[in-house]
Design a protein around this ligand. Structure first.
Ligand code: SF4
Ligand code: SF4
Length: 136
């Protein structure tokens, strides 16, 4: 199947393949209030996937569910990413992909720094307790 972007009325902007979901299925981390994947190396990362029929030893999962590493879902003790988002796209109810995309399209992609066109935002994934590790 060819990778594609689509708009799903249930969740907003979506793609036909998600590297983060593949990483979650492989036991590498859990989702978060921002929709980012929190891994042992934090949320500020890029991940990719390779599909293979190689038989591998499964990674042991030390989390209970799909949001186990996020402090907001764990015990409501965090919401720092809400204040980090300049687009108002993150609330206690989660990440609004349409508001995020609108902010990035309108504000971020029109900017250029040192001759380089800015392609993304990601402020919600920096300066937060889950940036570089599983938050405690
Ligand atoms: S900053 Fe806090 S609430 Fe936001 S994703 Fe990270 S742990 Fe969860
Ligand atoms: S990428 Fe930027 S606009 Fe989108 S949710 Fe994160 S901080 Fe907000």
């Amino acid at each position: 199947m060819k990778w594609n972007r689509l708009h799903d009325p249930r969740v907003g902007l979506a793609s036909t393949w998600s590297e983060r979901h593949a990483a979650y299925a492989a036991g590498l981390g859990t989702f978060s209030l921002t929709d980012g994947l929190i891994t042992a190396r934090g949320m500020a990362h890029r991940c990719g996937s390779i599909i293979t029929d190689l038989v591998l030893e499964p990674t042991r999962r030390d989390y209970a569910g799909p949001y186990g590493y996020c402090l907001h879902y764990r015990d409501k003790s965090c919401g720092i990413c809400i204040d980090r988002c300049p687009g108002g796209a993150i609330t206690e109810n989660g990440h609004d992909k349409d508001l995020c995309e609108a902010y990035v399209r309108k504000q971020v992609r029109s900017e250029e720094r040192s001759g380089v066109k800015i392609a993304g935002c990601g402020l919600c994934q920096t300066n937060v307790p889950c940036e570089r590790e599983i938050p405690k």
